[in-house]
Design a protein around this ligand. Sequence first.
Ligand code: ZN
Ligand code: ZN
Ligand code: ZN
Length: 150
Amino acid sequence: MPGPYRWRKRVEGHFCRWTMPREAILDLLTRTSQHLTAKEIYASLLQLYPGIGLTTVYRTLDLLEKSGLIKKFNFGRGENRYEFASENKPHHHHLICTKCGQIIDYSDFANEELELVKKTAKHLAEKYKFIVHDHNIEFYGLCQQCQKRQ
Ligand SMILES: [Zn+2]
Ligand SMILES: [Zn+2]
Ligand SMILES: [Zn+2]
């Protein structure tokens, strides 16, 4: 293999190592409606990119979250879960089944909820001098399937 070509290959390899995980993770999260853990993301990327490491996945998720491209949640089951965050995606809240772990996105009552959230945020700002930037609403219970199984 001639010299320059080998050099180019090496740079490409280096380049891919840093930008590939970002692209791959974003691509995966835009194509799924699920809320995935780092390990689930790692497992599904591994098929396409055998060289990827779990540490890289964690680090990339951290970066993507800080830049606002994805959202991190902890639904009370230990591991953090991630989902794609976009202005095009309707603002939504979560229903979490404590039995099967199913996570349902809903945005049906967004306007009413947002009104209450804004009012609460205003009161909090007055009482605690706290500026609210974001909120997260989660309801825990049993999904329809789990109710039937009881
Ligand atoms: Zn909300
Ligand atoms: Zn369930
Ligand atoms: Zn969601």
